[in-house]
Design a protein around this ligand. Structure first.
Ligand code: SF4
Length: 392
């Protein structure tokens, strides 16, 4: 149906120094794949994909190097990746290039190396600024180390720093979360993401915290406490000047995440590396594919054929519409743009939401002309509202 004129790249670096007990991301601690071999494979996958999709020379809007722990890699490996992306696509100085960094692998030399390699945005996995909570999460760093990493990133020349924080941690109380927020705000990062801890099946946390509290040394906060934590974050951050532009994301003006906004706007991106997902909005209503998650198998597949896809799907019109509605609602300030939606799907979102008129009446959705937004009452219950909004 449409072909975007810009592209984003996600690179997955699936290695971690240790495995956090709550984490279900695709990452491993030991591997027989070397850093060099992995980078070579990503570069081979890049050329293969660019050629197959005839993407050479398209404007590159963003690169996101995530994981896992990409900061385990050397600046020269990251530099090789960035340089190759710049060669394959057309990237100007505005191109946002982010790397995720863990405080325990963020030494000043390495951070300066990333900056020199062309990375211009850093996302630091701070998670909490309370040592008891970091310990409860099984994180390898301390609060002090996280603050040091932040200042080291500033000293290395990064003027666009994001930090991630988690609430709903075992043993956490609303006043302790508030302390973490106040300490984080004092650093004045350009971007802050807050995520509620979810207990994912198959993780050590899931066995310890089944049924919310039993068998673990610290109990999980009550649901009402989690609501209080989220609300206090919204209040403190917006009062401090960060705009609440997406359910979990806050940015100082001019510092919203370019890369993540591509996802929420349904724009094209290619994912490189083990377990990476890609999405292209053409032909038809769009398609996605995803890669082999095991690094050794990924490297083998790439060596053999230049690709490591293990799954793919083409979207039907109603699936594409549903995704567009749900992603649009997540964007608190922008909402679902009625005109753009009409342009793509031939129908106004208001028509699609007719069957859920109760959501507006009860103060969960706000309709302004043809645009639709989550109302303040809906933001707190976003997951539930999104589930209702997507039901037939
Ligand atoms: S560092 Fe991040 S990706 Fe690695 S195990 Fe911990 S939470 Fe998961």
């Amino acid at each position: 149906m449409r072909k975007e004129d810009t592209v984003g790249i996600y690179v997955h670096i699936p290695f971690c120094a240790s495995k956090c007990p709550y984490c279900d991301f695709k990452s491993i601690v030991t591997s027989d794949v070397s850093e060099k071999e992995y980078v070579e494979s990503v570069l081979r996958e890049l050329s293969f994909t660019v050629e197959r999709e005839s993407m050479m020379g398209l404007p590159l809007e963003s690169v996101y190097i995530g994981g896992g722990t990409p900061s385990l890699f050397s600046p020269s490996s990251i530099g090789r990746l960035v340089e190759s992306f710049r060669k394959a696509f057309q990237a100007d100085d505005e191109c946002e290039i982010t790397i995720e960094v863990n405080p325990d692998s963020a030494d000043p030399l390495k951070l300066s190396g990333f900056r020199a390699a062309g990375v211009n945005r850093i996302s630091i996995g701070v998670q909490s600024l309370d040592d008891r909570e970091l310990k409860a999460l099984g994180r390898a760093h301390t609060a002090e180390k996280a603050v040091e990493a932040f200042y080291a990133a500033r000293a290395a020349g990064f003027d666009n720093i994001g930090i991630d924080l988690i609430f709903g941690i075992p043993g956490q109380k609303p006043h302790r979360w508030r302390d973490t927020l106040l300490r984080a705000l004092a650093l004045r990062p350009e971007h802050i993401s807050i995520y509620g801890l979810t207990i994912e099946e198959g993780t050590p946390f899931a066995s310890a915290y089944k049924n919310r509290k039993y068998g673990a040394s610290e109990s999980l906060p009550e649901e009402s406490e989690e609501v209080e934590m989220y609300s206090s974050a919204v209040e403190l951050l917006t009062e401090g000047g960060w705009r609440h532009y997406e359910i979990s994301n806050f940015g100082l003006p001019g510092h919203f995440s370019v890369h993540n906004r591509r996802y929420w706007h349904g724009k094209d991106y290619i994912g490189l590396g083990a377990a990476a997902h890609s999405y292209l909005s053409y032909p038809g209503w769009g398609r996605r594919w995803w890669n082999e998650p095991m690094p050794s198998k990924y490297v083998e597949d790439i060596k053999r054929s230049g690709e490591a896809k293990i799954g793919r799907e083409s979207l039907e019109k109603d699936e594409a519409m549903e995704e567009s509605l749900l992603l649009g609602l997540r964007m608190i300030e922008e909402g679902i743009n009625g005109a753009a939606f009409m342009d793509r799907f031939g129908v106004y979102p208001r028509e699609v939401f007719k069957k859920h008129a109760g959501l507006e009446r009860d103060g969960f959705l706000r309709i302004d002309g043809e645009d639709i937004f989550l109302a303040p009452g809906g933001v707190l219950l976003a997951d539930e509202i999104l589930a209702i909004a997507s039901s037939p």
